[in-house]
Design a protein around this ligand. Structure first.
Ligand code: SAH
Length: 255
C-alpha cells in the first residue's frame, strides 16, 4: 500500500514539476492557456519552428508588458501601443525576429529599441547575455524595472542611441533592431561577430519597410531573408548640445 501511495505521490510531484517547468518556474498567472493558444495558432500554424522560440513565447507574460487597460488584448494577433507613441510588435513578428536571430544559449545578443522590454524578455529565455538599448530614458527606466520584477534581472538595459550600438560589449552573436532605419547602421555591422545574425527593418525612400536578416560572412553582411513589415522609426537623436560652460574655452590653448 505504502509503495503504491509512494508511486502516486512521486507521479504527482513529477507532473507538478513539469507544469512548473513549462511555466519557467513562474507562478501561474491566469494567462497560461491563452498564451499556449497564441503559440499554437499564431506561431506554429505559420512558420515558427524553432523549439527554443516556441518555449520562450509560451513562457513570457506578455500581458505584463502593456498598459493595464489593454490587458485583455495582450495575446491578440496584432501590435499594441505601449506609450510615448511606441508599439510592442505582434507576437508573430517578435517570434520571427527571434527565430531569424538564431539565438543559442550563451550567445551574446544586442537588442536596439527596448520599448516595453518584451522582446528582451523573450531573448532572455534563451540566453543569459542580453543587452538592450533604448533612446527614450523614461522607457528604458520602466523596462529595466519591469524586467527586474519579472525575474529577467540579467538583462542589461541602457539608455542610448542604437545607431551607435554598444561598443563596450561588442562583438555580438546576434543583433535585433526593433525600429526601422533607412539602412543598416555602420556601428551595428561593425559590432556583429563573424557568422553573426542581424535582424532589422529597413525603410526605403518610398516608406516601404522590409524586415531583413543578414549574416556576416567574410566580414560582409549577406542578406538571407526578408518580409514586408511596419515598424516605428529608429530615431536619429539631435546632435549632442554642449552645456554652457562645458564647451571649449575660446582662445584657450589646445591640449
Ligand atoms: N522591442 C520593443 C518594441 C520597440 S518599439 C518591445 O518589445 O516592446 C521601438 C523602440 O525603439 C521605441 O521604444 C523607441 O523609443 C526606440 N528607439 C527609436 N529610436 C531609437 C534609437 N536611435 N536608439 C535606441 N532606441 C530607439
Amino acid at each position: 500500500m505504502k509503495v503504491i501511495a509512494g508511486i502516486f505521490l512521486s507521479g504527482f510531484i513529477l507532473a507538478a514539476a513539469l507544469a512548473a517547468l513549462a511555466q519557467g518556474g513562474r507562478p501561474e498567472d491566469g494567462f497560461r492557456e491563452t498564451r499556449q493558444l497564441m503559440v499554437a495558432r499564431q506561431l506554429q500554424r505559420r512558420d515558427i519552428t524553432d523549439p527554443r522560440v516556441l518555449i520562450a513565447m509560451g513562457k513570457v507574460p506578455r500581458h505584463r508588458f502593456i498598459p493595464e487597460t489593454l490587458v485583455s488584448q495582450a495575446y491578440g494577433d496584432h501590435p499594441l501601443p505601449i506609450g510615448s507613441g511606441q508599439t510592442i510588435s505582434q507576437p508573430y513578428i517578435v517570434a520571427l525576429m527571434t527565430q531569424w536571430a538564431e539565438v543559442h544559449p550563451g550567445d551574446k545578443v544586442l537588442e536596439v529599441g527596448t520599448g516595453s522590454g518584451y522582446q528582451a524578455a523573450v531573448l532572455a529565455e534563451i540566453t543569459d547575455r542580453v543587452f538592450s538599448m533604448e533612446l527614450r530614458p523614461e522607457l528604458a527606466r520602466q523596462a529595466a524595472t519591469r524586467l527586474q520584477d519579472l525575474g529577467y534581472a540579467g538583462v542589461r538595459v541602457k539608455s542610448g542611441d542604437g545607431y551607435q550600438g554598444w561598443p563596450e560589449e561588442a562583438p555580438f552573436d546576434a543583433i535585433v533592431v526593433t525600429a526601422a532605419a533607412p539602412r543598416v547602421p555602420q556601428a551595428l555591422e561593425t559590432q556583429l561577430k563573424e557568422g553573426g545574425r542581424l535582424v532589422i527593418p529597413v525603410e526605403d525612400s518610398y516608406g516601404n519597410q522590409t524586415l531583413a536578416r543578414f549574416r556576416k560572412v567574410a566580414g560582409k553582411l549577406v542578406k538571407e531573408a526578408s518580409l514586408p513589415v511596419r515598424f516605428v522609426p529608429l530615431v536619429r537623436p539631435p546632435a549632442l548640445k554642449v552645456a554652457p560652460g562645458l564647451g571649449p574655452i575660446p582662445g584657450a590653448p589646445k591640449p
